[in-house]
Design a protein around this ligand. Structure first.
Ligand SMILES: N[C@@H](CCC(=O)N[C@@H](CS)C(=O)NCC(=O)O)C(=O)O
Length: 339
């Protein structure tokens, strides 16, 4: 009996080792080519959009940049692949991108049937509705029979169907592949309402010629935890992406930012010293240089800096922290400790 156990555990061990032999492949190939290939949206203000010179910026782009800073000590070592909602998962599965950071909702189906892993949540969102003020509607429950501009391949499509079924109402979906097509159609009056994650409604509203002509309705009909995604089968890479986000959150919690990170190197606080790679496990567990998190904070900033700059009060979107405040400030953002 004992012998059978010994053989079984030897087989299990061998299997475990052959899986870990695979792990690390992404970090190796990223290092070899010298940049992170990051899948982003085709253009969504505040989250991932490019200027006319092709420079990408946004809260999602900052996660790509954070990973590059952790790996290379420079946030600029990223190449971007603009992807529609329909294209995004295939691009990750085929290895065309090393990671996806594109307002993507973490769901059971996506996590378990597509060969993908969600590395965390960089924005807690929920689905809402945008209507023209002229429509004279104050609640989504008044939208029976309405037509909706909506993006294909999204959770938005599925939630809308659930909501209308649950409230015994009917609707007509008008679907598009890209957000600029969706917003243009809404503006041209091709649909009564536009529905998407609320953060995106704010981003799309400022694209209208007259943003004051449209309003966001009060209903939030779903949970949309948005976060970066990697392909399954490479735990080391998964950890790097996950802890890059956690480092930004821990930095905010500990009061370390891009402006004071150099000075914080002299801090006596053991939490800060561990974050900055001055003591503790440093970069060893992740297979990175010791100052991986310090590089993120220097080049990208902590979570609060990224939030405010891209979508918060210092940005055109003017979104309040709300659920995206840290856990000790009334929000949901909570990163495990660096120790
Ligand atoms: N969070 C939802 C929706 C994501 C989504 O793609 N939303 C559209 C609505 S605005 C978008 O971001 N489009 C950007 C683009 O066209 O690239 C999901 O993961 O399915």
């Amino acid at each position: 009996m004992k012998k059978i156990y010994a053989i079984a555990s030897a087989v299990a061990l061998a299997t475990a080792f052959s899986t870990t032999a695979q792990a690390g492949a992404t970090l190796d190939s990223v290092k070899k080519k010298g940049f992170v290939q990051c899948g982003v949206s085709t253009g969504l203000a505040g989250f991932s959009s490019a200027d006319d010179k092709g420079n990408w910026a946004g809260l999602d782009v900052d996660i790509c940049r954070a990973v590059a800073a952790a790996v290379f000590g420079s946030a600029d070592k990223v190449k971007y692949s603009p992807l529609t909602a329909k294209e995004r998962f295939t691009a990750l599965q085929s290895g065309e991108v090393d990671m996806l950071s594109r307002n993507t909702t973490w769901t059971l189906t996506r996590d378990t049937s597509l060969g993908l892993n969600f590395a965390g949540v960089n924005y807690y969102d929920g689905q809402g509705f945008l209507v023209a003020k002229d429509l004279g509607v104050k609640s989504a429950l008044e939208l029976d029979g309405a037509s909706f501009c909506i993006q294909a391949g999204t959770t938005t499509e599925l939630n809308l169907a659930d909501y209308f079924r649950a409230n015994k109402m009917s609707y007509t979906p008008i679907t598009f592949d890209k957000s600029d097509e969706t917003v243009k159609a809404f503006e041209a009056g091709r649909c009564d309402a536009l529905t998407s994650d609320q953060s995106q409604l704010y981003a799309l509203r400022i694209q209208l010629k007259d943003p004051g002509s449209a309003m966001v309705l009060p209903e939030v009909i779903s949970k949309e935890p948005l976060g970066p995604v990697v392909a399954q089968g490479d735990d080391e890479w998964f950890n790097i992406v996950r802890w890059s986000l956690h480092a930004m959150l821990n930095a905010e919690e500990l009061g370390v930012n891009s402006g004071n990170v150099a000075k914080m190197m002299e801090s006596k606080d053991p939490n800060i010293r561990r974050l900055l790679g001055l003591e503790g496990i440093k970069g060893k567990g992740l297979g990175l240089q010791d100052g991986w998190a310090a590089s993120i904070i220097k080049d990208v900033g902590n979570y609060s800096e990224a939030f405010e700059r891209n979508v918060g009060m210092s940005s055109p979107l003017k979104i309040a922290r709300g659920q995206n405040a840290l856990w000790n400030k009334g929000g949901l953002q909570y990163a495990p400790p660096i120790r």
